[in-house]
Design a protein around this ligand. Sequence first.
Ligand code: FMN
Length: 181
Amino acid sequence: MNNFMNFLAISGSLRKTSYNTAALNALKRLAPENIEIIIFGLLDEIPLFNPDRELEIIPAVVELRKLLSTADGLIIASPEYAHGISGVLKNALDWLVSGPEFVNKPIMLINTSPRAYIAMDALREVVTTMSGIIIESACVSVPLLGSNMNCNEIIAHHEMADLLRCGLHEFTKEINSAQGD
Ligand SMILES: Cc1cc2nc3c(=O)[nH]c(=O)nc-3n(C[C@H](O)[C@H](O)[C@H](O)COP(=O)(O)O)c2cc1C
């Protein structure tokens, strides 16, 4: 059994009171001690993707690649905008398409708005195309849209907290068993 794991988490929303970011913050605090979740905080510092700039040293992109390369898995929560994933998330993912960091990376998806299945399907297509491995049993739908809940309230809400906890448990279990532990 692998005792320590670290995951990179990306919220596709830049909103201060984002449900997706709140869900990731709640997940981080609900995680057992042996699991570290680093929430990527530089999404809005990533420039618009341009293949001509792929070899440049751009601090936010360097940090994203570094965190992903050392992570045991990637957790993504994204809003749906006009039936697509958010532009800022897609932009960040585009910077990772040509590198090795994403390949075979276990992925957990969190959907905070169950009605937003079109973006979720699009996100599945994107990360699978990038050779990420979606861990289906870890993907959770947490119905936060319209709840006005913040991170503390999600943690205090048994049903929401349990959904997140169970997803994370499945994620670590599947990664451990894939590693033959
Ligand atoms: C410009 C815009 C477009 C949206 N389009 C959709 C949509 O197509 N489908 C949907 O279910 N929700 C849509 N929404 C609602 C957002 O997905 C929802 O507010 C979500 O909670 C935003 O995530 P956040 O709380 O993490 O910022 C849209 C919101 C905005 C601002």
